[in-house]
Design a protein around this ligand. Structure first.
Ligand code: ATP
Length: 364
């Protein structure tokens, strides 16, 4: 696969504050990348370096094999869409969408044709062309902003939380729209979002950042089931992290002991091991939906005794909180059914399959 975007060891400081501490990232042609991480971790800063609104202190950014050092934003094959849309209030929809082409001195007939194509692509009505932004709904305005960002046929579309100001229902519609747009035009998307569900739903790969550095880049399944460490594990969705002691590591797997985990001989093999897990303290991760309620007589690879303390209906699923005898709180999520398998106060056995667990070294 060819990399459309190649970022090598990019660093950027504002005064003495290091906002990017050596970021390297390679994005394939046509990929949809979601950039996530806590507030202030450097997501927008990274987009600005790619777009050319700022220059990195050190490091290299190449787009389609061309080094971008010294190339001004307007000359880069990128386009950026912001959360607070910057439509020109005094221009009609047609003028707004055509603006990037006008800047490039494209001829009027060509602009008209391309604007028409964008209106169709964004499923906006033709009659909107002569309206002003204030005469459109928030969602329509955001579609116009997307149309404007696509009109100059960028190689890279940079999206800085374009949907976060919209209400939930509209957001869902535009998420589906974005995915459709991505599929139909084949442009590479780098999309900053706070919404992890959105990242999971839209992205081919998710890039998790923290403190100006990339912690993990991987498919949604990698990030969710094989996170690089306890931070990523907790940042992406609900998780259970149980302290364990690794007693042995052989070609047959990893063996551990845990106060709260009951099994036949006090030794359980874990098939999935993250990084270099050495003998000694480590963390075992189990996602809430991978725990199940055992009925009497049921056998599982491992089981945990717990008392149900809380219950939340979530529509399609039910989430429970349960406490182990050792005091560890667990989250369990199971499909909602008409008769619930557990109630608050129940003492239950929660079972899991060894292939579903994941182990981090304690330092992670
Ligand atoms: P959010 O999710 O809140 O938008 P972010 O991950 O996009 O956050 P950035 O906007 O990239 O974060 O900012 C990273 C850090 O750099 C922040 O601590 C911010 O305060 C700081 N920063 C950003 N721009 C400047 C600037 N021009 N001058 C000084 N500090 C800045």
């Amino acid at each position: 696969m060819t990399a459309i975007l190649d970022i090598q060891d990019v660093r950027k400081s504002y005064g003495s504050y290091a906002a990017l501490k050596g970021v390297s990232l390679s994005v394939n042609q046509g990929e949809f990348i979601a950039l996530v991480g806590p507030s202030g971790c450097g997501k927008t800063t990274l987009l600005k370096q790619i777009a050319g609104f700022e220059e990195p202190d050190t490091g290299r950014i190449a787009i389609a094999d061309a080094d971008m050092a010294g190339v001004p934003a307007a000359k880069r094959p990128t386009s950026m869409v912001f959360q607070k849309l910057a439509l020109f209030p005094h221009m009609t929809v047609a003028e707004n969408i055509g603006f990037p082409l006008k800047l490039r001195r494209t001829d009027t007939a060509e602009i008209k044709k391309r604007v028409g194509q964008m209106i169709e692509l964004m499923q906006l009505k033709g009659e909107y062309l002569t309206r002003y932004p204030r005469q459109l709904s928030g969602g329509e305005q955001q579609r116009v902003a997307l149309a404007r960002s696509m009109v100059s046929a960028p190689k890279l579309l940079l999206l800085d939380e374009p949907l976060s100001a919209l209400d939930v229902k509209l957001k869902k519609v535009l998420q589906a729209e974005l995915k459709r747009l991505h599929r139909s035009v084949g442009v590479t998307f780098v999309h900053v979002t706070h919404d992890l569900e959105e990242a999971m739903m839209l992205a081919d790969r998710i890039c998790v950042m923290r403190d100006g550095a990339i912690l993990q880049l991987g498919t949604p399944a990698d990030i969710y089931y094989r996170p690089a460490g306890s931070f990523v594990s907790g940042f992406i969705g609900e998780t259970n992290l149980l302290p364990i002691t690794v007693t042995e590591r052989t070609s047959a797997g990893l063996f551990y002991r845990a106060a709260d985990i009951v099994d036949a001989d006090g030794r359980i093999a874990a098939d999935l091991i993250a990084g270099n897990v050495a003998k000694g303290p480590a963390l075992l991760m189990l996602r809430p939906e991978l725990l199940r309620v055992l009925s009497p007589g049921d056998v599982a690879d491992g089981e945990i005794a717990a008392e149900v303390t809380e219950m939340f209906g979530k529509g399609g699923t039910v989430q429970y909180r349960a406490r182990t005898p050792g005091g560890q709180m667990l989250v369990v999520e199971i499909p909602g059914t008409s008769s619930l398998p557990m109630r608050i106060g129940d003492k239950v056995r929660l079972g899991f399959t060894k292939k579903d667990i994941y182990v981090f070294g304690a330092e992670a």
